[in-house]
Design a protein. Sequence first.
Lengths: 137, 276
Amino acid sequence: MRKIKLSVALGSLLVLMSFVLMSFTQDKKPWDVPAKYQSMKNPQAADDAEMLKVGKMAYSRHCKSCHGNIGQGNGPKARSIEADLGDFTTAEFQAQKDGVIYYQSFVGRDEMPNFEKKIIDDEDRWAIVTYLRTLKK
Amino acid sequence: MYAQEEEAQPEKKVDKPVRSPWESGTLVNHQTSVTQYKNTLEMVISHRFGTIDNGISDVFGIMAPGANIRIGFNYSILDNVSVGFGTNSQKQYQDFQAKYTPFQQTRENTIPVSLTVYGNAAIDGRPDEVFGINYAFADRMSYFTEVIVGRKVNDWLSVQASANFTHYNAVDSIMDNDKLGIGFGGRVKFSPQSSLTLEVGVPLEISSLSQHTSFTNHPKPHFSIGYEVSTSTHAFQIFLTNGLGILPQELYMYNLSEFDSKSIRFGFNITRLWNF
């Protein structure tokens, strides 16, 4: 009886510890982006000055507080966020398709909010994507 | 047999409303043409401190008694229609309001200005005795209606002008029940999230509309200058103003403060949005 109790206690402790240890790792799980978004393409030109201006304003208002000035995930609210905020300046981020960035930005997941009801105009959403492309180092 | 080829119609570009003519629906004490998207709940907290003339002894009015606060909620039932309720410490006003923007300024200037109609009804919540001997509930009521014309001139400048009408069911015998007024407001945006704000409300002395032969204690214009910063979910306005009132009818009918060093005070408005 004592042996079973001990093994149950040890087992529980191990499970508990694994949860505790997991909380220290950065949540960098891959995104599951639906096909509809995978095939989306940004209709705006990369150098569209008007859209870049709109995108930059919208980024300042909606995104900067978490993602930081140039998208390196170092905004003032970043410290309180468990998930990995990504780094928009990296080649890895920029290599993603337009539609994937669109999905990540506006549908979001977990601590990344859904912005579909806040940024309703599709042109404004693509303007943000156009601006994000300029953050490439 | 040839199929009739339809001439390709050039895609008609829909002229959309200008983006963010104002950071929020309020410009200190006035309304703007901005209404949040449908199904947005907006909480508005407004605070007017005591006057600054006591200096550091009451931290320029911030710790003074006699501050005025309002807590209100607005809900957008349509993209351009919102309804709201607020509760005030001053006179324990309970107010109900609605705002409708029938047309908004568009990007290609097919509509050059925004037109907004705003109205509220407020119940003065103080004890019956305040209203005199022949008290009736209707004595508590006041109403305010306003038509606002606004224009986003360019990326950094927005302006608006308004004409408004105030009515109090019960006023002191030397006062008029009604007051016409005009208002002006502006926003100068100097960074993506920050602006300088200005507004003024002028109650008009129109003798031909007065119930009396001369004006006694005619209300003074209220004027505010301030700073506004906005984020995805909040707008913060901090300003200097002369009027203690938050409800526009209170300012247009009863403000006796000048905009001078004895009578100005700090105030703030904070709005917070929830999208459903």
